[in-house]
Unconditional design. Structure first.
Length: 97
């Protein structure tokens, strides 16, 4: 019986922490997308991209919403730029200390 109560308490606390984490993450996603400029080695020119913040991936950003390398802005590549160090370490100017 004691093991069941401990297990139930653990599941309850885990649920509370998960819900709190999702609330905090959804609040940070509401701040909007991030824009940045960098040199794209695939297109061999400076591009401006609009990034969506990551919620469940290992990267800081998980999708390129728009890219100036394409005439209409729609992304039609494999988004390998998300793995670039300058993209992964990018911080918005308002968040830098």
């Amino acid at each position: 019986m004691v093991i069941f109560v401990c297990w139930l308490a653990f599941v309850f606390l885990l649920t509370i922490f998960t819900v709190l984490y999702l609330i905090v993450e959804s609040y940070s996603l509401k701040k909007g997308a991030v824009k940045m400029k960098f040199f794209c080695p695939f297109r061999k020119k400076m591009v401006e991209i609009k990034l969506r913040r990551s919620l469940f991936t290992y990267r800081q950003y998980d999708e390129v919403l728009r890219c100036s390398a394409f005439d209409d802005g729609k992304v039609r590549c494999k988004m390998k730029c998300l793995d670039f160090p300058e993209v992964d370490r990018y911080r918005e100017p308002s968040l830098q200390h």
